[in-house]
Ligand binder design. Structure first.
Ligand code: ZN
Length: 309
């Protein structure tokens, strides 16, 4: 028992050390006079900088905060006035504590603050998250939308209910013609739908529809994960979500249970392209199945025998 405990402690310790020492490569792309996209470790970051100062959208994972701040300083050495969080996941709010502690105002939807101030149980990741420290919490919260008017343009965060979680916003810069989708859009991999935190496939589609209603052919789309996208890419992502949903619904209508739906491989046409990086086809089908059945939690997919092609 004692050996097990020591082994567990050692494992936890080495994990922390390697995470802290991890050198991350940050890449920054300029999208307009004022708006940038930054990639590093965790969700993609949006940056607005100009005559009125600097603000960012999301702040990645906690262990890379110092590296993230250095990467942001390469764009502008102005202090960060605001952080807008797209949702509460640790790979999007990880820098909050350090950045908020330095006096930056953190802005987020009401539900993000609710989840960050309470213990969260997640069945998909099989973990619990304790409440965040005070400095990490959003101090300005909204229920529908909020607009910032800085650097010669507006940026509006629109709340879209029950998509990736129950607290997601997408942020639109109309003048720069850029939309930050947060995790409502995974570019190049199956999306994670956090059923345990109020997520649903229907909301994912609604978010894509809202973004597309504000976009034109030249709009640059910052996904929560994956490379920069264009409107065309978001359109095909939206169509994929709808078609995958319809495929699963057809099997539900035939009376199949989750195990049978997974075995029927309703997402086979996308599995090779989208199902290898993180979310597996069986997990993605479970997100859809449970969303459509109104099951507000992740249930692990039963082991399914791989079928020969
Ligand atoms: Zn997320």
């Amino acid at each position: 028992m004692r050996t097990l405990l020591l082994a567990a402690l050692f494992f936890a310790f080495t994990n922390v050390v390697s995470a802290q020492e991890r050198k991350v490569e940050f890449t920054t792309i300029q999208l307009s006079d004022t708006v940038y996209m930054l990639r590093g470790a965790g969700g993609n970051v949006g940056i607005s900088t100009g005559e009125d100062g600097l603000y960012i959208i999301d702040d990645q994972v906690k262990p890379v905060t110092e590296q993230l701040l250095q990467a942001v300083r390469k764009v502008s050495d102005q202090p960060i006035r605001f952080v807008i969080n797209t949702h509460y996941h640790a790979d999007h709010v990880g820098g909050n504590e350090t950045i908020g502690g330095a006096g930056t105002v953190i802005i987020a939807h009401d539900n993000i603050r609710k989840r960050m101030t309470t213990r969260q149980v997640n069945k998909f990741r099989n973990d619990t998250t304790p409440p965040y420290a005070k400095d990490a919490l959003p101090v300005l919260t909204f229920n529908d939308r909020i607009s910032l008017h800085l650097n010669g343009e507006s940026a509006t965060a629109y709340y879209v209910a029950n998509g990736h979680t129950d607290g997601d916003s997408i942020i639109h810069f109309p003048e720069s013609n850029v939309i930050h989708m947060g995790d409502m859009y995974f570019n190049g991999l199956y999306p994670y739908v956090d059923l345990d935190a109020g997520g649903s496939m229907q909301g994912m589609v609604e978010a894509a529809d809202l973004a597309l209603s504000m976009a034109d052919d030249a709009t640059r789309i910052i996904p929560g994960h994956g490379p920069l996208a264009m409107t065309e890419d978001l359109k095909s992502y939206r169509d994929f979500l709808v078609r995958a949903g319809a495929n699963v619904q057809e099997l539900i209508d035939q009376g199949m249970n989750l195990q049978q739906v997974i075995a029927a491989r309703p997402t086979s046409e996308w599995d090779e392209e989208l199902g290898k990086t993180w979310i597996t086809p069986a997990q993605f089908v479970t997100f859809i199945y449970n969303s459509h059945q109104g099951i507000q939690e992740y249930t692990p997919p039963p082991e399914v025998e791989a079928e020969e092609d």
